[in-house]
Design a protein around this ligand. Structure first.
Ligand code: DAH
Length: 339
């Protein structure tokens, strides 16, 4: 039997096929159920026990050689159609996984788009600022609590270097360098020394707006914000301006919109009041204009500032601000895909 195995090995090694039929012939002769390999395996049970080990080894080697030879012969005569059978070669190589826009980017871009349509431009300023641009030029009294170490991240060695606490600082930079008319929005990141919770974060985003020209009135401010609210939250949205205080605007107001969740009927988002606060605004204080080199006898203007997180939470009913910063893919995938 050993002799038979080595004979077969020689024959198989030397076998040549010239067409597919001969390959099939090879398979039938050696690999099929009634082929020579099977016959040898059948004979194996009669091999005396003490020789089984040696025979087994040889037999397995033969089997391997035959199989490899068969695979090789087959590959020689395989046509392109055989290879492609059942495969749609027009499909993309791998399914492409699309990323998605971050919800804050979606809302930020939407806000910018709304203001671009009425002639505003976009400007940006630095995140690392100085006291003048964040506080002093904006008419913050020296003892104002917003300057307090509790709220502002200062650089220890130089208290004049700080992380901006609001994007109102960009107003100052723009007014210092541009002559009116100015019509611009300033998106950006701001920083406050706050304990992180579901409702507050030490880093968040704001969009500031500024409009300076001759004869700009509070009516212009109100109409601009009404247009914004309707574009952002739907045509049925109503606005309400409540008197407020900011050092850099006079008069100042806070704007509420009719609750976009319940339409004003009352729900837990608006705490059953029907209204939700979304921004601060007012007429730019003449002191601020003068601080920035703009003649307050000729020019007037309005400003407003809103939190992007707040508006995004409202729009998508997101209950925890921390979700924006955790980059949990299960959260991010729920938003508009990037195409
Ligand atoms: N800077 C204010 C804040 O961070 C928001 C703000 C209020 C901006 C009134 C304005 C404004 O331009 O007129 O809370």
């Amino acid at each position: 039997m050993l002799q038979k195995i080595s004979q077969l090995l020689e024959i198989v090694k030397g076998f040549e096929a010239h067409n597919k039929e001969q390959v099939e012939q090879f398979r039938l002769q050696y690999l099929s159920k009634k082929g020579e390999l099977s016959q040898l395996f059948d004979m194996f049970k009669d091999v005396p026990n003490d020789q089984k080990k040696e025979f087994g080894k040889q037999l397995n080697f033969l089997k391997q050689v035959i199989q490899e030879k068969y695979d090789f012969l087959q590959s020689q005569f395989q046509s392109t159609e055989d290879v492609l059978q059942g495969i749609d070669i027009t499909l993309p190589e791998n399914p492409i996984r699309l990323g998605s826009n971050h919800p804050l980017s979606i809302v930020k871009n939407r806000i910018i788009e709304i203001f671009l349509k009425i002639g505003f431009v976009v400007s940006e300023g630095p995140e690392i600022e100085d006291d003048w641009h964040v506080f002093t030029a904006l008419n913050f009294p020296l003892e104002h609590p917003a300057r307090d170490m509790q709220d502002t991240f200062f650089i220890e060695k130089n208290p004049d270097v700080l992380l901006r606490t609001h994007t109102s600082s960009v107003q100052v930079r723009v007014m210092e360098h541009q002559k009116p008319p100015i019509r611009a929005v300033f998106p950006g990141r701001v920083f406050r020394n706050e304990a992180i919770s579901a409702r507050a974060h030490c880093i968040f985003h704001q969009i500031e707006g500024l409009y300076i020209d001759t004869n700009v009135s509070f009516a212009d401010l109100k109409q601009t914000l009404l247009y914004f609210a309707k574009e952002m939250f739907g045509v049925d949205t109503q606005i309400r301006l409540r008197p407020s205080y900011f050092p850099f605007t006079e008069p100042s107001a806070e704007m509420d919109i009719s609750c976009s969740i319940c339409g004003g009927k009352g729900c837990n988002v608006c705490k059953y009041s029907g209204w939700v606060e979304i921004l601060g605004c007012g007429m730019v204080d003449p002191n601020v204009l003068e601080n920035c080199g703009i003649d307050s006898k000729i020019y007037t203007g309005f400003a407003f500032g809103m939190g992007v997180e707040r508006i995004t939470m409202l729009k998508y009913q997101i209950k925890d601000i921390r979700l924006f910063f955790e980059n949990d893919i299960r959260f991010l995938r729920q938003f508009e895909a990037v195409l």
